[in-house]
Design a protein around this ligand. Sequence first.
Ligand code: PXP
Length: 242
Amino acid sequence: MILSVNIDHIATLRNARGGKEPDPVVAASIAMLSGADGITLHLREDRRHVNDRDLRLLREVVNTELNLEMAATEEMLAIALSVKPDLVTIVPEKRQELTTEGGMDLSTVDEFLLKTLKALQGQGIPVSIFINPEIKDVEAAHRMGFDMIEIHTGFYADSIGKRRDKEHIRILEAVRTGNDLGLKTNAGHGLNYFNVTNIAAIETIRGLYIGHSIMSRAILVGIKQAVKDMKILIKDAGRGLK
Ligand code: PXP
């Protein structure tokens, strides 16, 4: 199971003073040296954290999987086609949200989403889509022809007790459906050092996409330690050590 580290929060800190530090490109390099199997960034329409320069340089330095999260828009499609990340993950985007709040709504046919998918795949770029842990959404993603899905784990992460158990089951069922349909299945959002084990124990998940918790810990103990701590939890979960 791979761990892709999202470096958006480093850019948020940099942008707070409008300067050059801390540089998300340096952070990505340290994360890779510390065992990250991939680097994720979300280039938003409003460029509130990472920007075009970061994406360009990350494309140069990332030698693991560079995953570009983006909304399906004309502008982002053109950028993705020119930068050619190793993976594109389509996410919904609302201007006012603090972070991505839910998976993509696949209940209606979105012609531009399909155009984006085909254009990227036509250039050999695999495409994933961020969806809620709903069997109907997994089936819709498969029908549309996505290479991968990323199951939204935020509802699980935000709940406690019986509610969390239910959310965990929803994730298990969505992952199972994805696997049965032959979709590579990832998971992410809200995962941290205290809740990752249940998800990392699902052996058929291809990769975990984690940002906030790793960068929060990194501020206190350093990126190297924070990435290593997360890698150990993921590895041990796979061995059934909880
Ligand atoms: N996956 C997707 C699609 C996301 O939008 C985000 C947040 O940027 C993450 C994973 C990572 O979430 P978190 O920062 O809560 O770990």
